[in-house]
Design a protein around this ligand. Structure first.
Ligand code: F3S
Length: 646
């Protein structure tokens, strides 16, 4: 039997395990990336492991999230990351150089290589044929130290693309259609691979839009083949020597196949408040719009912004609309300026922001209360925009631009024939905002800058024999990492300060949660399905750890968050019978006895609820390695133990 794209890359990087779907495989990681909101903690963790220099082929630290500096905290974090990366052998992408995934695609992505990043949209580089996976910061720290990255061996969903996109229909509509068909849970446990005659009609940045938002399917990652289009992109980036062709075998087997006819696709929108709540834009026409935001790692490429500039040229943004544009990288920004397209955006009344995540991570531009915001981003969870009752729609740059001009949600295909976006043969290349690391000898003498916002990794303890504590929180289905650990300008500056950031844990769901945890000293969280969906944010595990959470019992978990809980030393357990969820309430006193022996014997444990006198079964779906990590008190003490032995 032949191999799929992902299976080929996994086979070439397999360090341990067997390629049987669901069983754990350990992978050699060629590249890592961090962004600043998760990176400061990843580097604190790397320091705590005690390895002096990174062992990957290439590791890059980006500053793109916390670029608002209204206090000293973000600047402290940036100074810390700039100094430590120089010392340990990591490239440092300075603020102003762009959004991690866009820059990584342009300047570092290599077909056939493995990449993990402490950001859930790391699959963006699947657009260039990498196996690119979002991971927790601690996993990235371990990979930087040369350790394997472990995942359950994924199955494969093939998306067969036929035909060619028409006019103002674009790559964003493709991924919205896939989300419509598969839902936010449909990709869990799978790699989504794109194939078919439609692939060659899409440029690498268009493919990257699709793989980027594949994160919203819950997929391990998404990937395109590396073909002549990939070679052209790398040539235009002055990196043709990085090209390696990558195609699936003709007899590769897929677990599921869906088809998207590009020619028949119409503009789509993800309606509030989920990326899979997808409807045709034509059904939404007439909804009044207050704000349009174009950018983010999903839709901020040169192709996207040239398209928008072409649509806005010579026109004016509607009176009631605030239009913001965030270019994805300095390369995109500079090229927009050089060709005059930036002037067209400014003349039309667009508010051009710096090339960072900006509004996507709640750094400014919160919509008015109950306002309607159209965004080209990838997430529209309630409150992520910074306005709790905002109605956020996720759309293509084409739909965004058309709607910004009319003031109402507008189907761009009604504007008539779309002009071709003419891409340059070569991008403008300047890596002058990349700071390269010092050589190993020089690095020894370098000081690491640590301001008062830099606090060490929280204390962990080996898993106790018996866990006896109260339920300190009960939540429903689809709790996101935004619910657990909100982003936004108020909270993000404390990403390297776990004691402080813990004060914000779950406050949008239950404002008393942090205080209750402090009073009780320890606790258990009870959750519904898909607990922890959303980002790779390990603070959604570190803050509960700091607040004394020993276990989370849920109906099911999102993949990255479950791994982050294990890494933090918090036990993730699933109800064997979902009906038992209804019987457990806030304040119930639970006992889980004989935990280490129960985990080793296969993962089934009994929970006794002494408030009701009932008992129920829970299951730990964990690999042997994950059990060892939990017994050691988390990935950090586990890795330290292993590296001390070597
Ligand atoms: Fe940044 Fe938003 Fe992407 S926060 S990395 S632009 S999902």
């Amino acid at each position: 039997m032949g191999y799929t794209l992902a299976q080929k890359i996994i086979k070439a990087h397999l360090l341990s395990g067997e390629m049987i779907p669901g069983s754990e495989v350990g992978l050699k990681i060629d590249q890592t990336l961090t962004q600043d909101a998760t990176g400061s903690m990843a580097y604190l963790e790397f320091e705590a492991i005690g390895i002096p220099r990174v062992k990957t082929e290439k590791s890059v630290a980006y500053i793109d999230h916390n670029t608002l500096q209204s206090g000293f905290e973000n600047a402290d974090d940036h100074a810390y990351m700039q100094s430590i990366t120089k010392k340990i052998g990591v490239d440092f992408s300075r603020p102003g150089n762009g959004i991690c995934h866009q820059v990584h695609l342009e300047r570092y992505g290599v077909p056939g290589k493995t990449l993990i990043g402490s950001d859930s949209h790391t699959p963006t580089c699947g657009g260039i044929g990498m196996l690119a996976i979002g991971a927790g910061g601690l996993d990235v720290a371990v990979a930087m130290g040369g350790g394997a990255y472990y995942i359950p061996m994924p199955g494969t969903i093939k998306v067969e693309l036929t035909g060619r996109l028409q006019g103002y229909v674009s790559a964003k509509d493709v991924i919205l259609e896939v989300l419509r068909q598969l839902s936010v849970k449909g990709g869990v446990g799978y790699v989504v691979e794109y194939a078919g005659e439609g692939v060659s009609t899409l440029s690498v940045p268009e493919r990257a839009t699709i793989t980027n938002m594949g994160a919203e399917l819950g997929a391990t990652t998404s990937i395109f083949p590396a073909d002549e289009v990939t070679r052209d992109f790398l040539r235009a980036q002055g990196r043709e020597s990085d090209f390696t062709p990558l195609q699936p075998d003709s007899d590769a087997q897929y677990d599921k196949v869906i088809t998207v006819d590009l020619s028949a696709l119409r503009p789509l929108a993800a309606c509030p408040h989920s990326p899979d709540n997808v409807k045709p834009v034509s059904e939404l026409c007439g909804i009044k719009v207050d704000q349009v935001c174009i950018g983010s790692c999903t839709n901020s490429s040169l192709r996207d912004l040239l398209r928008v500039a072409g649509m806005l040229k010579g026109q004016t943004v509607a009176e009631g609309v605030s239009l913001t544009i965030s270019p994805g990288s300095k390369q995109v920004f500079a090229m927009m300026a050089d060709c005059g397209a930036l002037g067209d955006l400014i003349a039309a009344g667009a508010r051009v922001l710096e090339c960072t995540c900006g509004p996507c991570i709640g750094m400014g531009q919160s919509p008015r209360s109950a306002g309607v915001s159209l965004r080209t981003f990838n997430r529209n969870f309630k409150g992520r925009s910074g306005t709790a009752d905002a109605q956020v729609y996720l759309v293509s740059p084409e739909t965004a631009a058309a709607s910004a001009l009319t003031g109402y949600i507008t189907d761009p295909t009604t504007l008539g024939q779309a002009a071709e976006v003419v891409m340059p043969e070569r991008f403008t290349i300047s890596d002058n905002l990349i700071v390269h690391p010092a050589g190993a000898d020089e690095a020894q003498a370098l000081e690491i800058r640590r301001g008062p916002n830099i606090k060490p990794y929280p204390q962990t303890a080996p898993l106790a024999e018996d866990i006896r504590c109260e339920v300190t929180l009960k939540v429903e289905d689809n709790i996101t990492t935004d619910h657990i650990m909100p982003a936004g300008a108020k909270v993000l500056p404390y990403r390297s300060n776990v004691p402080k950031i813990s004060e914000f844990c779950f406050v949008a769901v239950d404002p008393d949660f942090p205080a209750r945890c402090k009073e009780k000293g320890q606790g258990i969280i009870v959750g519904g399905h898909n607990y922890g969906q959303g980002s790779s944010r390990e603070h959604a595990a570190l803050a509960p750890l700091y607040l004394g959470v020993k276990a989370v019992i849920a109906k099911s978990f999102a993949r990255i968050h479950k791994a982050n809980l294990v890494n933090a030393g918090i036990l993730p357990l699933e109800f064997v019978s979902e009906a038992d969820y209804d019987g457990v309430e806030l304040g119930h006193a639970l006992s889980i006895c004989g935990v280490p022996a129960g985990l080793k014997a296969g993962g089934d444990l009994t929970v006794t609820d002494s408030t009701t006198g009932r008992s129920f079964a829970v299951r730990a779906e964990l690999s042997g390695r994950q059990i060892d990590i939990l017994l050691a008190g988390g990935l950090l003490p586990y890795t330290k133990k292993i590296s001390e032995r070597q």
